[in-house]
Structure formats: C-alpha cells, structure tokens
Design a protein around this ligand. Structure first.
Ligand code: FAD
Ligand code: UDP
Length: 376
C-alpha cells in the first residue's frame, strides 16, 4: 500500500516524491511511461561519449535562493552563463538584442544613451500590450521585430506572434548595454554531473519505488495508493472531455561532428532561414572536453510528444475548464508544466512542487488536529 502514486518522474513528480519520502516518511510509487527518469531534463552520453540533452538544451537559471539550495542537495554546480547568437542578414549577432547587436547590424557606433534614443525613434507605441508582436514592436520597432522575432516565432509555434500571448516573446529582454547573457537571473548554473545524475540522487530513498516504461493507466486499477499526484497533460487525464489542448512538439536531430568545436556559441538561433529554429552544441553547456562534438537541431511540429503549452487566450480558457475538474476531485493533485498547461521553466516547476508539498503537509496537519480534538 502506497501513500502516494506519482505520475511522471520529471521535476514536478521527483521533487514531490523526494519531499514526501524523505521529509514526511511517506511511501511513494513513482511511474513514468518513458524508460528513464528526469522528464524533459533527461541527459545521457551518446555513442561518441558526449553528454547530450535528449529533449533539447536545458539551462538552469533562477532568482530563488530556496530553489537553488534545494536542488543543490542533489548536485554540485558548474557556473554557466548562457549566450546565444542569432543569424540575421548573414551575420551572427547577440540575442537578446543589445548595444553590440545594433551597432554591428547597422554599422553604427552608438553608446547606451544613443541606443535608447534609437529605440525611441523606432518603437511603435502600443497602448494595450496583449500579444507577442505588441511586446517587441513596442520596445524595438517593426524592422528588428521582423528580423529577430517574427520568423523564429512562426516556425517555433506555427502561429504569428500577433496570435500568441505577450508572455512568449516577453521572455527575451532588450538591453541597451553590452551584456550578452541570455538570462538575467541571480543563479545561473548547470548540474556538474548532469541532470539525470541529480534526479538519481533525488529519488534514491528506501520509501521511493520507481517504475519506468509504465503508463499509470495500466496500473491504476492494480496499484494500491491513498492519493495521486499527476504531472502529465491535463486534457489526456480527463480523456479530452472538453476537446484537445494544443501542445507544440519538436523533432530533435542529433549529429556528432569530427571536430572539437562546431559553432561560435552554445546556441545559434535561425530566425530568418532554415526549417529548424536553433542549433545547440552541448559541450559548451556541460563543460565536457572531447575531441568530437555533438549538436542538436530543433524542428518544431504540431504532432508528437507534448513539449510546450501554447500561450493564447482561447487555450487558457479551455485549460481553466480542465483545472476546475481537478479542484473538484479530493486526493488528486496536478502539478508541473503539462498538468498546469503553463509555459514554466525548470525552476518554476520546482517552486510549484515545493509549494504543493507545503500545502499537502498543511492539510495533513489540519486533519490531525481535528482528529486529536475529536478524540479528546
Ligand atoms: P516533464 O519533464 O514533462 O515530466 C512529465 C513526465 O510525466 C514525463 O516524463 C512523461 O513521460 C510523464 N508522463 C506523462 N503522462 C504519463 C502517463 N500517463 N503515465 C506515466 N507517465 C506519464 N526550462 C528551463 O528552466 N531552462 C531551459 O533551458 C529549458 N529548456 C527547454 C527546452 C525544451 C526543448 C523544452 C521542451 C523545455 C525546456 N525547459 C527549460 C522546460 C523544462 O523542460 C520544464 O520546465 C520541466 O522539465 C517540466 O517538468 P515537469 O515535471 O513539469 O514535466
Ligand atoms: N524568440 C524569437 N527569436 C529568438 C529567440 C526567441 O522570436 O531569437 C521568441 C520565440 O517566440 C520563442 C520565445 O521568444 O519561442 C521564447 O524564447 P526562449 O529561448 O525562451 O524559448 P525556449 O527556450 O523556451 O524554447
């Protein structure tokens, strides 16, 4: 008899399994339909012996000291500040757009004050920012929007930026200095021995049973458990009762090249050409030394494994209907990127899982108090 059945061994499921087992002494069965733990953060050594991320580049970054320290119990860290170049008009330029991007693109010699003025002249004042197009044209104007954002977004999402909520392109800042880091966060690190190793350490506890290559639907009748935590797609759980929630998928094309270095940056984005959005060279992310190098190209597509919830108002509305079903079901908790249908980064999922853990413990405490007062 398990206290909890946890569906999915990604961040959401693994953090809850770890907390419930190690902190609360609960017995946990965690299942995943994939043959491995770590969800989309899974990494492994490829045939050449190079550590690659099976589901595309995962770079850890957070502003939360609590989340950083929590994960730090299961891994040592390697300082890594991510940098990305975008191929635009035949040049490789820093993205997020910064002072160097503009000076090199237009052959200018602006300083930060000059760039602020430049953006002020170019930007289109959008009063009510709703879409991913609004965010960018309101900051840098239409020409830069078309060069850096429009094509990439159409490829990645199969939608025009004007059809996507503002939060998608708002993930990318615009800078008037020369800072060329991809993220602004306080903590920017990679797990020293990879993500999978970190998850192995997290789940290494006598109260945790892991069952891989197992869909929970195949065991939900036979397994005995008190409560369930589900981290898969929410619409699938409810048999698509209100219709399908769209998720964006990707095809990953891995290649190993017989050279030590393939490209000039960890990631190169292609907003203007090719069917793929970006190329990642893993050795930059992991710090591994090897005479060869492995890369991955990402080809977006509609069908396949669900990787990205698609942020737009009609999808949020449909999701709200599904979320209401969860709220009506006692002993059932939904958490994570697919179950929440939210475009969460890894740290946000860890934060959400830790919050749910506190809620579960709080509820237990309240029940125990009622029982104690009834008994007295
Ligand atoms: P997942 O990792 O998706 O885990 C859910 C698990 O549930 C899966 O393993 C799935 O197999 C399992 N499951 C589903 N249904 C069932 C079922 N019926 N039975 C059994 N098991 C089931 N975040 C960052 O912070 N930085 C990045 O650089 C970054 N890059 C990314 C790049 C890509 C290409 C993608 C797709 C995501 C990226 N993310 C990044 C986001 C990150 O992957 C997620 O935030 C995080 O992995 C979500 O964890 P999760 O546990 O919610 O979901
Ligand atoms: N984006 C873009 N051009 C770029 C980089 C990003 O248009 O060069 C847009 C695009 O819509 C993308 C979104 O910004 O999906 C968020 O980018 P991010 O790199 O955060 O995407 P993720 O790593 O989550 O795939």
């Amino acid at each position: 008899m398990y206290d909890y059945l946890i569906v999915g061994a990604g961040y959401a499921g693994s953090v809850l399994a770890e907390r419930l087992a190690r902190d609360a002494g609960k017995k946990v069965l965690i299942v995943d339909r994939r043959p491995h733990i770590a969800g989309n953060a899974y990494d492994h050594y490829d045939e050449a012996g190079i550590l690659v991320h099976k589901y595309g580049p995962h770079i850890f970054h957070t502003n939360s000291r609590e989340i950083f320290e929590y994960l730090g119990r299961f891994t040592e860290w390697r300082k890594f500040e991510h940098r990305v170049l975008a191929q635009v008009d035949g040049q490789l330029l820093p993205i997020p757009i910064n002072l160097d991007t503009i000076n090199r693109l237009y052959g200018l010699n602006l300083d930060s004050a000059g760039l602020e003025k430049f953006f002020e002249e170019k930007r289109e004042h959008v009063e009510n920012i709703r879409t991913s197009e609004d965010v960018v044209v309101n900051t840098v104007g239409r020409e830069l929007y078309e060069k850096f954002f429009r094509g990439y977004t159409r490829k990645q999402w199969g939608l025009d930026p004007s059809e996507l909520s503002s939060q998608v392109t708002a993930r990318i800042p615009t800078r008037t200095n020369r800072d060329d880091r991809y993220f602004n966060d306080t903590y920017q690190y990679m797990p020293l021995h990879g993500y999978t190793r970190m998850f192995e350490n997290m789940l290494d506890h006598e109260n945790i049973t892991i069952q891989l290559s197992t869909d929970y639907r195949d065991i939900k009748q036979s397994a005995e458990y008190r409560e369930m935590i589900y981290t898969g797609p929410i619409d699938e759980f409810f048999d698509f009762r209100y219709g399908k929630l769209p998720y964006r998928s990707l095809h990953f094309q891995f290649e190993t090249h017989d050279v030590p270095v393939f490209q000039q940056a960890p990631v190169v984005n292609y907003p203007m050409d090719h069917d793929y959005t970006r190329i990642t060279e893993f050795k930059y992310l992991t710090g591994q030394e090897h005479e060869k190098t492995s890369i991955v190209r990402e080809f977006p597509r509609a069908e396949g494994d669900p990787y990205y919830p698609i942020p737009r108002p009609q999808n949020a509305e449909l999701n709200a209907k599904y979320q209401a079903l969860v709220n009506d079901t006692p002993g059932l908790y939904f958490v994570g990127r697919l179950a929440s249908y939210k475009y969460y980064n890894m740290d946000q999922v860890v934060g959400q899982a830790l919050t749910l853990y506190r809620k579960i413990r709080g509820k237990e405490g309240a029940v125990a108090a009622v029982e104690a007062s009834a008994a007295s």
